[in-house]
Design a protein around this ligand. Structure first.
Ligand code: MF3
Ligand code: CO
Ligand code: CO
Length: 289
């Protein structure tokens, strides 16, 4: 689609194209002509959308902060789900997982060898020594925020604590690699390198995702990669980074009975942390902190 210089910009800012995204599009066109993968306009959010997603991200963070004091030995994952559901509704939000492609609960709770998409259960009580990921996604005024944290329950082995720590470092190093006019492959490379240096592996089948106007948007975010490859990152893109770091082998399988739970093949633990991230003119902004 070609826009006249004096037409309204495609981003919905209400400004003229020439004083909004014209030079931006020209820069992308040069990169595309050099064979780079460039984002589509659908992947770029305007100011109003960013503000809405920032607000959804804030509520999402509040929910994680709220639940953090309860994620202790003796609580059931069903109770975590119930508290998150009630708090979200009470604050004007909607838990995005509930009913998403048939998902039955309001949050994902993934314990030990469960990599992600663990389904909360009233009968599954957290035990000392376990590590658990709580993954919260909130819709507020139609906008989405998505983030997760790990919790160590009671007395956790140094081995598992180390996995949890390195997984968080992987997320933060991936975040540091987010640069306007950089590449998505830089992010995967940073994450993969740090995991490997620690003797861990990265799950390849499941990635992060564009987010904000919908739960899962383009681009798909690989947590492995090579510098200077994959899609060009530009200001206004919003996506999650959510590396799943395995203590053993990278292979995972999906529980066919519940249709959701993803586990490691070798039964060894996996850890994951997630942010929703905005690419800015200067670098990046975490929208879920
Ligand atoms: N919150 C997860 C993510 O980070 C997706 C969960 S999908 C669900 O992308 F249906 F299981 F909730
Ligand atoms: Co999530
Ligand atoms: Co996500």
């Amino acid at each position: 689609m070609k826009f006249g210089r004096n037409d309204m910009c495609w981003c919905g800012s209400g400004k003229k194209y020439k004083s909004c995204h014209l030079s931006f599009d020209e820069r992308l066109a040069v990169l595309a002509s050099e064979g780079k993968m460039v984002p589509t306009h659908e992947m770029i959010k305007n100011k109003e959308q960013i503000e809405g997603i920032r607000e959804a991200g804030k509520l999402n963070t509040e929910i994680l902060d709220m639940i953090s004091e309860y994620v202790k030995e003796g609580i059931s994952t069903g109770e975590i789900d119930r508290r998150i559901h009630e708090y979200t509704i009470a604050h004007g939000g909607i838990p995005a997982p509930l009913g998403f492609e048939g998902y039955p609960k309001s949050v994902c709770t993934s314990i030990d060898d469960v990599v992600c998409h663990g389904i909360p259960d009233e009968n599954r009580v957290l035990q000392s020594g376990e590590i658990v990921n709580v993954d919260v996604t909130t819709i507020l005024n139609g906008y989405y925020g998505d983030a997760s944290r790990m919790y160590c329950i009671g007395e956790v082995s140094e081995e598992k604590r180390h996995l949890v720590r390195v997984a968080k470092e992987c997320l933060d190093l991936g975040l540091d690699a987010v640069k306007p006019w950089g590449y998505l492959g830089d992010v995967g490379y940073a994450i993969q390198t740090h995991a490997q240096e620690n003797g861990y592996t990265i799950v390849v089948e499941i990635g992060g995702h564009g987010v904000g106007l919908d739960f899962h948007e383009e681009p798909w975010v690989s947590h492995i990669g090579q510098p200077g490859t994959d899609i060009v990152l530009v200001p206004g893109m919003i996506f999650t980074i959510e590396p799943m770091v395995n203590m053993g082998l990278a292979d995972v399988w999906q529980d066919e009975e519940d249709g959701w739970t993803i586990r490691t093949d070798d039964g060894l633990p996996s850890a994951q942390w997630e942010y929703t991230v905005l690419v800015t003119e200067q670098g990046s902004e975490i929208l879920t902190r």
